[in-house]
Ligand binder design. Structure first.
Ligand code: NCD
Length: 323
């Protein structure tokens, strides 16, 4: 890996979110991930970088992409990787989840990757730990999902070059989306020209324009005009209380991404989705599988990002202060 200006950027002890993380640190992770992307695409996919280190994936919520790619990332780096899901742990026997975290810490892991339905849970875990173990947030409630946003900006950069100056639309259930929150932080920090949130009032946080510095559109056609990137979000039915939209059919009519709507964006628009997709609810199959879609490259970049994050944070590091 060739040294770059970002090689010396400060690394946080944990990766709990992207709010307040500097452009230099984000770029350091992205550079490292780009180098790992070459490994991912090559014939020999393994490196000894984390030989002797231990990564524990602790998932209190369902996951396909995130859990699998953290596991594979750890294995590709030659770490010992353990996966624990809430349904198969002592949580079923009444142990609190923080006791589970402390118990796992006693086995001296180097990184603990946590997904939890409560916003802030990885922060609590990080505070409870006394060892060098790094906590990596793999999605907490409606708060943040930093590695997802990092893989998204890596994907945008691969196709469009620098984020600076781009117009990005994030469409759908922003209110319940930890992915959107992390994306907004990363896109702002890296200098996106415009971030537009598109969706019904019931699914866009009321304070979005002032607190997040974005533009809000209730009209999807107007919001998509001329954008360089469209990020579709899943309707997070498991987090929605009450009727946020009249029906899934009506939602698709107003906000679903079909080929006609894609035509409103820039000619070389990128269509993205963090998955899991609900085809026909937020996105038409012709678009998801169409020429502008980079939904599967996002998944491959997810592996490279998780290798980068594990490699940077699961090393024994003395010099950096605790976050
Ligand atoms: C997302 C998540 O879990 O936050 N998925 C993912 O990690 N790729 C988005 C979602 O659940 O809709």
């Amino acid at each position: 890996m060739s040294p770059t200006e970002t090689d010396t950027a400060e690394l946080p002890r944990h990766l709990l979110g992207l709010e307040g993380v500097s452009a230099a640190t984000i770029n350091r992770i992205l550079d490292e991930a780009s180098a790992f992307r070459e490994l991912v695409d090559g014939a020999d996919k393994k490196t000894a970088a984390l030989k002797g280190r231990t990564v524990i994936n602790l998932f209190f919520e369902a996951s396909t992409r995130t859990r699998t790619s953290f596991e594979l990332a750890g294995k590709r780096l030659s770490a010992d990787v353990i996966n624990i899901s809430a349904s198969a742990s002592s949580l079923q026997k009444g142990e609190t989840w923080l006791d589970t975290v402390r118990t796992l810490e006693a086995m001296t892991p180097d990184a603990l990757v946590i997904r939890h339905p409560d916003s802030g849970a990885p922060h609590l875990a990080a505070r409870a730990l006394s060892s060098h173990c790094a906590v990596i947030n793999a999605g907490d409630g409606t708060h943040e999902h930093p590695t997802q946003a990092l893989l998204d900006v890596l994907t945008i950069q691969h196709h469009k070059g620098p984020i600076e100056g781009l117009k990005v639309a994030i469409v759908g259930d922003v209110a319940h989306s930890r992915v959107a929150r992390s994306q907004i932080h990363a896109l702002h920090t890296l200098g996106a020209a415009e971030i537009r949130l598109i969706g019904p009032k019931t699914l866009i946080p009321a304070e979005a324009e002032s607190a997040l510095g974005v533009q809000v559109f209730a009209d999807a056609d107007a919001g998509l005009e001329g954008v360089d990137v469209i990020i579709m979000l899943r309707m997070q039915l498991e987090r929605i209380r009450g009727a946020a939209v009249p029906s899934q059919r009506e939602y698709f009519r107003l906000y679903g991404l079909d080929p006609v709507r894609v035509g409103r964006a820039a000619d070389d628009v990128l269509v993205m989705h963090p998955g899991p997709m609900n085809r026909g609810v937020e996105i038409a199959s012709e678009v998801a599988d169409g020429p502008y879609s980079v939904i599967l490259p996002q998944v491959t970049n997810g592996l490279a990002i998780r290798m980068a994050v594990l490699n940077l944070l699961a090393q024994e590091r003395q010099q950096e202060p605790a976050q």
